[in-house]
Design a binder for this molecule. Structure first.
Ligand code: GLC
Length: 748
């Protein structure tokens, strides 16, 4: 049996309970628990971090119970493999639930056929007695559960049950959905004793019942693969994120233009439509950096080809867009049209790079191009080959890649579990690698693009797994133009951020269905603060570019895109923190105010970075918003009014206004308004100072290359006094500096 110990872990930090069970102490606050049941250990797709030496480790056995002290944590393991964690001062953090499992009211009375007759679904949830491997752990009163990727619903996921199985479901997503596109088996529990996180490093199908079966406990487990989880102590959420991303990696700095506004639609069906979009964007003075090319740019949806009729002279089109300051992102799906004579298919066949049936035939299922074969991204040679295919897009003049349908989605029923793929050199079944298919595709795309271009790649994905933040941004897939989906944006993006995916966004305006001017208006007021900011919609729905609904909608839309563009330096500083510490860009209030019980379940407001609180209107017709301000002094961004925190207030919010509050003590670094992002032309930094003794740390680089890794960047520490007068100190200088730093606004 292969033992997959953590990297660099000293033998003295590994405690074997028997030949199948062990506890590894990775650091003072991170502990790995493994129970293989005798199975061979899988390679991890997620973990890249190594263990640290823990100097003050002590262990003893008291009445048959192993007790390990790390200095910060105490870990207890009893002979029946109950594992408990407490803080060094004895406070219990997380303990195995030892009582009887008592499913709450799982019976479903009445004759369900009658409901089914009219077309109602029976909720699929079944309380399942036990998984092959599992941990049942206590929930304490007041515990809130966050994370778990893109699951639809509320910020606090307590009371719901989920499955990790990457799923493309076009129905309107809601809180009863058990699975969506992404599998991120990592959650955080915030309770009165502080917070901890648990990452179940199993990329098979896994299950999470976060107190639905019974509010006294939660269960996570699997029937395939084995139990391999990391307990990550906080006690604060930022510390957990830092430790979790030390383990699974952090987002690399993206090209700066990707923080701009992206316009997309499935489908702009010809080059003329794309040209029209670009021209109108500039004519309407909506700042914009990028246009997305959905599947229609391809020849019959064959990846790495170009539609030479409708998108004739593609290179010229892309060169012209470039000269207008637009970047282009092209969609690439995994399904390769199974058509002999088509180079990508022939080559993949020849090299035996596609998934096979157990009988050894290339497996086919339908996606956009019709019958398609599925590259085996778990094989490093396939990843290198696929990465190299992007030369075609680079040569055309494309700037970034959008990976879609990579759950993988298929139109003729799901891929059978027993299809033959591989997992880093080992034979694997589809069921074994399903959840990391999108992850490995994004990895292949990122690494290929980096190799070919030498520049920072931009990859956007729909499906992913823990650790995908190392390669890709993510969007939340096919939402709908409905108000409940606008309300979903904040919890979904906050939980994605808490799962390590800091660079994320939704389809602004909604993908499916017809948007309304009011919905689009309120959506852009949230979207302009989401790390990835793209308006996208589906074929057959009403067009929803900013100018589609007349002058007044356009004017409001413009106002928020302009705000985004002025705030790019602030946003980039938050992205850099994500790259350095793994902190989300868009954060729930609980991230910084964990001991304030008011904020733990706030679903309709968020923090952008630490000091900007956004509380958008998410209801049709509402013209006022109930806003909660946490402790401290806050300034109304629009009126400069000074507000005391730790209280609720009602803010007037006419259609053109999204309530924004800035914490006293903040300096917002901004740039003058532009129609596109070009760091090379930014010679002036404009500061907005809120409150006395404000400060910020601001980062500047060329926004494009990896030179920053060789210190080609500037880091400014800017400190203002009680009058708002500021001084600028250069902490690092390696890049041409701003010629001027000015105060645009001082609010005291
Ligand atoms: C999927 C994607 C969507 C895209 C469409 C066509 O539905 O989620 O964003 O526009 O496919 O490629």
């Amino acid at each position: 049996m292969m033992l997959r110990k953590s990297k660099n872990i000293p033998d003295g930090q590994v405690f074997h309970l028997d030949s199948y069970r062990r506890i590894e102490i990775l650091s003072e606050d991170v502990v790995r628990v493994v129970f293989t049941g005798g199975m061979e250990e899988d390679p991890s797709a997620a973990v890249v971090g190594a263990a640290a030496t823990v100097s003050n480790l002590a262990a003893d056995t008291i009445e048959g119970r192993l007790c390990i002290h790390t200095g910060k944590l105490r870990i207890f393991a009893d002979p029946s493999f109950h594992i408990d964690f407490s803080a060094a001062d004895g406070r219990i953090l997380s303990e195995e639930y030892r009582g009887l499992r008592v499913p709450l009211k799982m019976e479903r009375s009445g004759t369900e056929e009658f409901a089914a007759w009219e077309g109602h679904d029976r909720p699929v949830f079944e309380a399942k007695a036990d998984y092959r491997f599992q941990s049942v752990r206590r929930l304490h009163a007041g515990d809130c559960v966050y994370g778990l990727g893109d699951k639809a619903g509320f910020l606090n996921q307590r009371g719901y049950a989920y499955e990790m199985w990457n799923t493309d479901n076009a129905d309107p997503h809601n809180e009863n959905f058990r699975a969506l596109y992404k599998s991120m088996p990592f959650f955080l529990v915030l309770g009165d004793a502080g917070a901890y996180g648990i990452f179940l490093d199993n990329h098979h199908r896994t299950y999470f019942d976060m107190g639905k079966e019974n509010p006294d406990y939660y269960v996570f487990g699997c029937d395939e693969g084995y139990l391999d989880y990391y307990f990550i102590y906080g006690p604060t959420l930022p510390e957990i994120l830092e430790r979790y991303t030390a383990l699974t990696g952090r987002m690399p700095l993206p090209p700066l233009w990707t923080l701009g506004y992206h316009q997309s639609r499935w489908g702009y069906e010809s080059k003329d439509e794309i040209r029209f979009i670009a021209e109108t964007m500039r004519a309407c003075q909506i700042p914009c950096d990028c246009i997305h090319f959905d599947i229609d740019y391809m020849d019959h949806f064959k990846v790495f080809t170009w539609n030479k009729e409708r998108y004739r002279d593609g290179k010229k089109l892309l060169a012209d867009l470039k000269s207008e300051g637009f970047k282009a992102v092209a969609i690439i799906d995994p399904g390769v049209k199974a058509q002999p004579g088509y180079g990508v298919f022939d080559e993949g066949e020849h090299l035996s790079y596609f998934a096979k049936t157990p009988e050894g035939e290339t497996y086919r299922n339908a996606v956009w191009p019709g019958d398609a074969a599925f590259p085996d991204f778990g094989n490093p040679s396939v990843r290198a080959w696929w990465g190299g295919l992007h030369r075609f897009l680079l040569d055309m003049g494309i700037d970034g890649v959008w990976n879609d349908m990579n759950e993988p989605a298929s139109f003729h029923g799901p891929l059978p579990d027993d299809l033959v793929f591989s997992d880093e050199g080992r034979r694997a079944r589809h069921a074994d690698i399903h959840n990391i298919y999108g992850h490995n595709m994004a990895k292949s795309t990122y690494e290929g693009w980096k190799r070919l271009s030498g520049r920072r790649p931009f990859v956007l994905t729909r499906a992913c797994f823990c650790g995908s933040q190392r390669y890709t941004a993510a969007w939340t897939g096919d939402n709908h133009s409905i108000w409940s989906h606008l309300r979903l944006v904040i919890p979904q993006l906050c939980n994605l951020g808490l799962s390590g995916m800091a660079f994320c966004g939704t389809d602004v305006g909604g993908f499916g269905g017809d948007t309304t001017p009011e919905l689009l208006t309120r959506w852009v007021q949230v979207g302009c603060f989401s790390p990835f900011f793209r308006n996208h919609s589906a074929k057959g729905t009403r067009n929803q570019e900013p100018w589609q609904f007349g002058e007044s909608t356009l004017a409001i839309y413009r106002r928020y895109v302009e705000l985004r563009y002025r705030w790019i330096p602030y946003l980039y500083d938050q992205v850099r923190l994500a790259a350095q510490k793994g902190w989300p860009v868009m954060r729930p209030l609980a991230f910084h105010y964990p001991s304030d019980p008011q904020v733990r379940e706030i679903n309709d407001a968020f923090l952008l970075g630490e000091n900007v609180l956004v509380s958008p209107v998410l209801e049709q017709g509402a013209r006022q918003k109930l806003v909660y301000l946490p402790e401290g002094i806050w300034y109304d961004y629009w009126t400069s009014a000074r507000e005391e925190g730790s209280r609720w207030l009602i803010r007037e919010a006419p259609l053109d206004l999204c309530p924004i509050y800035i914490k006293s003590g903040t300096i917002l670094p901004t740039w003058p308004l532009r129609q596109l992002i070009d760091p090379l032309q930014e010679t002036e930094l404009v500061l907005e100072v809120f409150g006395p003794n404000a400060s910020c740390t601001h980062y500047q680089d060329n926004g494009e290359t990896f030179d920053y890794q060789n210190d080609v960047y500037n880091l400014y520490r800017i400190v203002a006094d009680e009058t708002g007068a500021f001084t600028v100190e250069l902490r690092q200088s390696g890049y041409p500096q701003y010629r001027r730093v000015t105060a645009g606004r001082v609010v005291l």
